[in-house]
Design a protein around this ligand. Sequence first.
Ligand SMILES: Nc1nc2c(ncn2[C@@H]2O[C@H](COP(=O)(O)OP(=O)(O)O)[C@@H](O)[C@H]2O)c(=O)[nH]1
Ligand SMILES: [Mg+2]
Length: 189
Amino acid sequence: MKITSAEFKKGIKGTDEILTEPKLQVAFIGRSNVGKSSLMNLLLNRKDLVKSGKVPGKTLELNFFLINKSFYFVDLPGYGYAKMSVDMRNQLAKMIQWYLFEIEIPDRKVVLVLDAKVGLSEMDLEMFRLLRESKHAVIVVANKIDLLNQSKRSSQLKTISNLMPGTPIIPCSTKTKEGREEILKKLSE
Ligand SMILES: Nc1nc2c(ncn2[C@@H]2O[C@H](COP(=O)(O)OP(=O)(O)O)[C@@H](O)[C@H]2O)c(=O)[nH]1
Ligand SMILES: [Mg+2]
């Protein structure tokens, strides 16, 4: 797939007409700081369209980016941010739950981003299970693969594969751009 245009459309906090537009929504989900925003920028070939490297702010929103004038990238708030208040955490869990599992969307794919260095967390596994159960098309990406040497890399990818059987794990690095083409290819399937 060739990216020809990408623009921020809007941030939403709840039900909104954008959700019912007959367009594909590609949602990016994963732990806070795993590199979701960086990955979106890599795929879009844009330096800073999606704000990265920021701690979660006070307002939780789903951010919609219109790609090639035809489909959306959706930046979901990351889960598992340690310093977040209980109240915020509940709010965030509710929002993710609502968007991924409670509403009908005309067409969607979910990119689950993992941290190759840190490995799988309980929450990653739980998210994977829920996505599977709800029959979403899931693409699993092991980001920050540049931080591992060859032997760590293959053992880590094996460990992740064993815990997520039947799903290809795409190694990726927003630093070296590894994985970009493969992910874009999956998105256009
Ligand atoms: N080494 C390395 N660092 C990365 C990679 N992707 C993102 N990061 C860094 O991880 C931090 C969090 O990235 P961000 O995209 O904001 O994560 P988000 O919270 O999931 O959106 C930033 O400091 C990035 O520079 C990667 O592939 N390799
Ligand atoms: Mg982010």
